[in-house]
Design a protein around this ligand. Structure first.
Ligand SMILES: *Cc1c(COP(=O)(O)O)cnc(C)c1O
Length: 360
């Protein structure tokens, strides 16, 4: 690739190149990348102060990945390996972000993508992405769990690669987020808070932290704190939910595929998995945008809602370092933002009228 004279090619070439030694790739793997990863870890200054008690909260902004969610970390590896293995097409079930990511990486690789989404239940931004990347978008008359069951049966019987997080390469790619957090902090956090839907991501983070621990790169791993929406909390309940409900569509899942490994991450790390109401999610969603300047989708705000709830119960001690995983960007779900925030006020094209409004 040619580079303009005087311009240095950016040093970051995606997470596969950066963490190659820790990933199942060889020199023969065709790397399909949109230079995902290297997302910001922001100190949450207002939130830390508001919590009191000397805790230090950081925000891992995974919505700054190429398709605006963490799914890109798993997808770069899953699609690279699918292409290496000769696949001409990929398929997934999705609450939205997996389909957006699969569609983008398939377009990049020049292969087809087929995505099954629950009819009428995916956020507008996510649907638009899949359509623009020319995925075959099929809206299934059923929920996410039904769609996942269908794509598993289809990929078992046909030569089309399944790129849901039941694909182990997805977990391998996503574990790099734990590496990045440790690299950015210079240590592992004491606590990590995150949403739990199909539970692939909590599984991946825990794998990443354990690998850094075993490699002697960090001296401790965080307690993993997972949060599920109150109407879609199968792991908290200990039983599948047949009709999950929540406005956080990315975690509206009643029977998580990675259930067992999520429980292992919780128990081995001395963590917890708890439920958070939609009201608590929306409060954290608005707070993050209004006071930290960070706009996330509702499912991501559950990380912060969970920390606020635990803090009220006196869960943390002074000096504790907490990382909240913000899994997806707020623009994914513009309808929710418009429903939550005050509407613009219409004014005449007149200086006095506008100044009057500003001073009112
Ligand atoms: C996929 C997704 C989740 C849930 O992740 P799981 O690995 O399914 O637990 C949470 N938030 C966002 C924004 C997502 O896209």
């Amino acid at each position: 690739m040619s580079v303009l004279p005087g311009m240095r090619y950016p040093a970051w070439r995606g997470l596969i190149e950066h963490y190659r030694d820790c990933l199942p790739v060889t020199d023969d793997t065709p790397v399909v990348t949109l230079h995902e990863g290297a997302t910001p870890l922001l100190p949450a200054l207002k939130l830390s102060a508001a919590l009191g008690g000397g805790v230090e909260v950081h925000l891992k902004c995974e919505g700054l990945n190429p398709t605006s969610s963490f799914k890109d970390r798993g997808m770069t590896l899953a699609v690279s390996k699918a292409v290496e293995e000769g696949a001409r097409a990929v398929i997934c079930a999705s609450t939205g972000n997996t389909s957006a990511s699969a569609a983008a990486y398939a377009a990049r690789a020049g292969i087809r993508s087929v995505v099954l989404v629950p009819n009428g239940e995916i956020a507008l931004g996510k649907l638009a992405q899949g359509m623009m990347h020319r995925a075959m978008v099929l809206a299934v008359e059923g929920n996410f769990d039904t769609a996942l069951e269908l794509v598993r049966r289809i990929s078992d019987a046909h030569p089309i690669a399944l790129v849901n997080s039941v694909n182990p390469y997805r977990i391998e790619g996503q574990k790099t987020a734990a590496f990045e957090i440790c690299d950015q902090l210079g240590r592992a956090p004491d606590y990590q808070a995150m949403p739990v839907g199909n539970a692939g991501n909590i599984t991946a983070y825990w794998k990443g932290y354990q690998e850094y621990l075993k490699g002697g790169i960090v001296k401790a791993a965080p307690a993993m704190m997972g949060f599920q929406a109150a109407g879609a909390a199968p792991i908290v309940d200990g039983t599948p939910v047949s009709d999950p409900t929540t406005l956080a569509t990315a975690i509206k899942i009643g029977n998580p595929a990675s259930w067992v490994t999520a429980v292992a991450a919780r128990d081995e790390s001395g963590g917890l998995i708890e439920r958070i109401t939609d009201r608590q999610i929306l409060d954290a969603y608005s707070l993050l945008a209004a006071t930290e300047g960070v706009f996330v989708e509702p499912a991501s705000a559950i990380s912060v809602a969970g920390v606020i709830a635990l803090n009220e119960r006196g869960h943390f001690r002074p000096g504790d370092c907490i990382v909240c995983i913000l899994t997806g960007h707020g623009l994914k779900d513009p309808d929710r933002a418009i429903a939550e925030a005050p509407e613009p006020k219409v004014v005449p094209a007149d200086v006095d009228a506008i100044v009057g409004e500003i001073l009112s």
